[in-house]
Design a protein around this ligand. Structure first.
Ligand code: GLC
Length: 654
C-alpha cells in the first residue's frame, strides 16, 4: 500500500544505507521492501514509536534485512522466487514430516545425513531437526536454552554440517525445519553474561528488577509453566543481585521485546537461519512474547504484532521461508497465530494443531469420539493460505488443552474428566493399558500433563509384556489409526521419531540427574537401530507399524482430496465410537474420500442413512484407499473393525 509518511521515510532510509550495501544488486529486495514497508513501518511504530531513537532503530532494521539479503545464496533466492509463484506449494498432500533429535536419531548431524535414506524410504520429506544450537552442558531443556544463536553445539556437529545437510536435503527434495527460540536465552548466553557483569545495555535485553515489587505484580496473574521444577516466573540472579523473569526454567531468561534492539537481534537471527538453508523455521513459545502486568502474559496482542513484523520482514529478505507457530494454547487462541486476515497468513503459515492432538488422545482413553467431534466443531477454520501441523506425539508433554465448555457439551464434568484422562494415561486407572507418567503436576491447581511414548500410551508396552497377540494387534491398529487421522485431516502430518517402529518408553533418563525430574525424556529416545532393522521381519510389530505408515504416506501423497483447502466436512454418524469426516477433492467432485475411525475395541457400524452428508456415497462401490480392499458391507452397514480406520472412495479410477 502507498502511504506518504512511510514512503518518504523509506526514501530517507535508502539514502542513508551504507554505500557498500547500496552499490549491490538489490532489485528484488527493493520491490519487496516497497510492497511491505507500510506494514513494517506501522507495526514498528506501534511497538516502538514512542522512542526518541525510533528512526535510527528503523534504519537498523532495514540494514539487517538488506545485509541478510546480500548474504542469501543464489539457490535460495531462486527458490524464493519459485515459491512466490507457486504460493500454495505447502498445502498439497505431498509433504509428510518427522520431528527428531539428531543425536537421539543417529548420534549427530552427520549420522542424520547418512540416514536420510531411511526417512525417504518411509516417505518422510520434511524433517524438523530439534534444537542443535550451543547450549549448557547440564540441563538445557532439550536444547531450548540457547547459549549461542549462531553456533551449532559441538556435541552434534558444526555449522558446516548443517549447511551440508540442508544442501543434501534440497537435492532429495526434502524440507529442513529448524528452531528459533525467540522467547528466551540460556543464562549462559553472552547477552545474559554481560547483563550479569552489570552492562545496562544487556540488562535491558531481559526483564531485570532490583526487588520483588514488579515481579510480585506479574506473579498475581501469570500461571506457572513448570510448577514442579521451576515454580514461579522470576529467579534471583546472585551475581547481579536482581530478579530476572524466567517463565520456563530458572536458567531460561525471557527476552524483553519492549526493547527494539531485541527485536532487531532476533530478526537478524531468524534471517541468519533462513540463509543457512532452512525451508521452515519453528518459532518456539510464541504465545509468551509479550508480558503485561495484570494478564497471563500469554497470547497478548503485541505478541501477534511481533510475529507479523517478523513475517513482513522475512518476506522482504527470504520470502520462501515459512514459519511454524509453536503456540500450545486454547483452541480459540490457536488460529490467531495464522494472523487475522481474510486469506493470507500474516503471522505464521503453519501452526501446531495441539487441539486435534489432545482430542485424539481423549478418544483413545474414552474409546469414543464424543469430545473429539465436539472439539473439532469448535475449532475455528484456518485461513486459506495457512495450514495445520497435525501430530499425535511430539517431544513435549500432552496437555489437555481443550475447552471446558466442549467437555461439558460432550456430557462430562470438566474437572473429573481431566482427572480421568491423566489417571488413564499414567497408570492410576486399573483398566488402562497405557504406561505414561504425569508431567508438571501442579499441586495448587490440580493440573497435570502427560508424558510417555506413543506406543506405550497406546498399550503396546503392556501388550508385549503380556505377550498377548490380540492386545498387540489392537495397539498396533490404534497406532496406525491415530496416524491415519493426522495424515488425512488436512494439514501437514508430523510424525515423531521412533514412533514409526513402535518405540516404547525410555526410562534411562532417570539415571541422569540433569534429566531425572523432567519426565518428557521418557519419550525422547535414542533409536535402537537393531530394533529398527526388525522392520524387515514379517509380522514383527516394527514391520507392521513401519509398513503401515509407509503405505499410508504413499496413499496420502497421491490423494488430491487430502490437500488442505478447508475441504473437510465433519460427519455425524450417530455412533459415538466413530469419528468420520469427508475430504473433498478441491479440483474434482467425484474423488471425495470418506474417512472413518473406530476408537472402540468392538467392531462398530454405520449406515448410509446416518451420514448427514450432502453427498451420498455409492456404498456398494466403496473401497479403502489404504488397504485396497472393499470393506465389510453386511446388510448395507459399514462395519469398521476395532481400533481401525477406512479411507473410502467410490471413485472407480483409483
Ligand atoms: C517449547 C518447547 C519445549 C520447551 C519450551 C521452552 O514449548 O517445545 O520443549 O520446554 O518451549 O523453550
Amino acid at each position: 500500500m502507498y502511504e506518504q509518511v512511510s514512503h518518504s521515510l523509506l526514501n530517507r532510509i535508502l539514502d542513508e544505507l551504507k554505500p557498500e550495501i547500496r552499490k549491490r544488486d538489490l532489485r528484488h529486495f527493493y520491490t519487496r521492501l516497497g510492497a511491505n514497508f507500510y506494514a513494517i513501518h506501522s507495526l514498528f511504530h506501534y511497538l516502538y514509536g514512542n522512542r526518541d531513537d525510533f528512526d535510527e532503530q528503523l534504519l537498523r532494521l532495514v540494514e539487517v534485512m538488506a545485509r541478510q539479503y546480500l548474504e542469501r545464496d543464489k539457490n535460495l533466492k531462486a527458490s524464493d522466487i519459485a515459491r512466490e509463484r507457486d504460493h500454495n506449494w505447502f498445502l498439497n498432500p505431498e509433504w509428510v514430516g518427522m520431528a527428531l533429535y539428531s543425536d537421539g536419531f543417529a548420534g549427530d548431524l552427520e549420522g542424520l545425513r547418512e540416514n536420510l535414506g531411511y526417512l525417504q524410504d518411509l516417505g518422510v520429506n520434511l524433517v524438523h531437526v530439534m534444537p542443535i544450537l550451543k547450549c549448557p552442558q547440564g540441563a538445557s531443556d532439550g536444547g531450548y536454552a540457547v547459549s549461542d544463536f549462531r553456533d551449532v553445539d559441538a556435541r552434534v556437529g558444526s555449522l558446516d554440517d548443517i549447511r551440508t545437510l540442508a544442501e543434501q536435503m534440497r537435492l532429495r527434495n526434502m524440507l529442513l525445519t529448524l528452531d528459533v527460540v525467540v522467547n528466551h536465552t540460556s543464562d549462559e548466553h553472552a547477552w545474559a553474561q554481560r547483563a550479569r557483569q552489570g552492562e545496562q545495555k544487556y540488562q535491558d535485553y531481559y526483564y531485570v528488577f532490583d526487588d520483588r515489587k514488579v515481579p510480585d505484580l506479574f506473579e498475581e496473574t501469570m500461571p506457572e509453566v513448570f510448577p514442579e521444577t521451576s515454580p514461579g516466573n522470576f529467579t534471583l540472579d546472585e551475581a547481579m543481585n536482581k530478579w530476572v523473569m524466567t517463565v520456563f526454567n530458572h536458567y531460561q531468561w525471557d527476552l524483553n521485546y519492549t526493547n527494539p534492539a531485541v527485536f532487531i537481534e532476533m530478526l537478524d537471527i531468524i534471517l541468519f537461519w533462513a540463509n543457512q538453508g532452512a525451508d521452515i523455521l519453528r518459532l518456539d513459545a510464541v504465545a509468551f512474547l509479550w508480558k503485561k502486568i495484570g494478564t497471563t502474559s500469554q497470547n497478548e496482542r503485541e505478541a501477534h504484532l511481533i510475529l507479523q513484523l517478523f513475517k513482513d520482514c522475512c518476506q522482504v529478505t527470504a520470502p520462501g521461508v515459512l514459519f511454524i507457530a509453536e503456540a500450545i494454547v486454547a483452541p480459540v487462541e490457536l488460529t490467531k497465530y495464522f494472523g487475522e486476515d481474510a486469506v493470507i497468513a500474516k503471522e505464521c503459515e503453519i501452526a501446531y494443531n495441539a487441539t486435534f492432538m489432545a482430542l485424539l488422545w481423549d478418544a483413545v482413553a474414552t474409546r469414543n469420539a464424543r469430545l473429539l467431534n465436539q472439539g473439532i466443531q469448535s475449532l475455528p477454520d484456518k485461513l486459506d493460505r495457512a495450514t495445520w501441523l497435525n501430530y499425535v506425539r511430539c517431544h513435549d508433554d500432552i496437555g489437555l488443552g481443550f475447552d471446558d465448555r466442549d467437555i461439558a457439551r460432550a456430557g462430562y464434568s470438566p474437572l473429573a474428566h481431566r482427572r480421568f484422562l491423566v489417571d488413564y494415561f499414567t497408570g492410576a486407572y486399573d483398566d488402562s493399558p497405557a504406561r505414561g507418567k504425569p508431567f508438571a503436576q501442579n499441586e495448587k491447581t490440580g493440573d497435570a500433563r502427560i508424558a510417555g511414548s506413543l506406543a506405550s500410551l497406546a498399550g503396546l508396552e503392556a501388550a508385549l509384556e503380556q505377550n498377548d497377540e490380540t492386545l498387540i494387534r489392537q495397539s498396533i491398529d490404534l497406532i496406525l489409526t491415530l496416524h491415519a487421522m493426522i495424515m488425512s485431516f488436512g494439514g501437514i502430518p508430523l510424525l515423531y521419531y521412533g514412533d514409526e517402529i513402535g518405540t516404547l518408553n525410555d526410562r534411562s533418563y532417570l539415571d541422569d540427574p540433569t534429566k531425572a525430574s523432567d519426565s518428557r525424556w521418557m519419550h525422547r529416545p535414542r533409536i535402537d537401530w537393531d530394533k529398527a532393522a526388525l522392520r524387515s521381519d514379517r509380522g514383527s510389530p516394527e514391520q507392521r507399524i513401519f509398513d503401515g505408515l509407509k503405505r499410508m504416506i504413499s496413499v496420502r501423497k497421491s490423494t488430491p482430496a487430502f490437500a488442505d483447502f478447508n475441504n473437510r466436512e465433519l460427519l455425524e454418524t450417530g455412533n459415538p465410537h466413530l469419528f468420520a469426516f469427508l475430504r473433498r477433492n478441491p479440483m474434482l467432485q467425484q474423488d471425495d474420500v470418506l474417512v472413518v475411525a473406530n476408537f472402540d475395541a468392538e467392531p462398530q457400524a454405520l449406515t448410509p442413512a446416518e451420514l448427514s452428508s450432502r453427498r451420498r456415497f455409492e456404498f456398494g462401490g466403496l473401497h479403502d484407499l489404504y488397504s485396497g480392499a472393499s470393506p465389510d458391507l453386511a446388510t448395507d452397514r459399514l462395519v469398521v473393525p476395532p481400533f481401525g480406520f477406512y479411507w473410502l472412495s467410490d471413485h472407480a479410477g483409483r
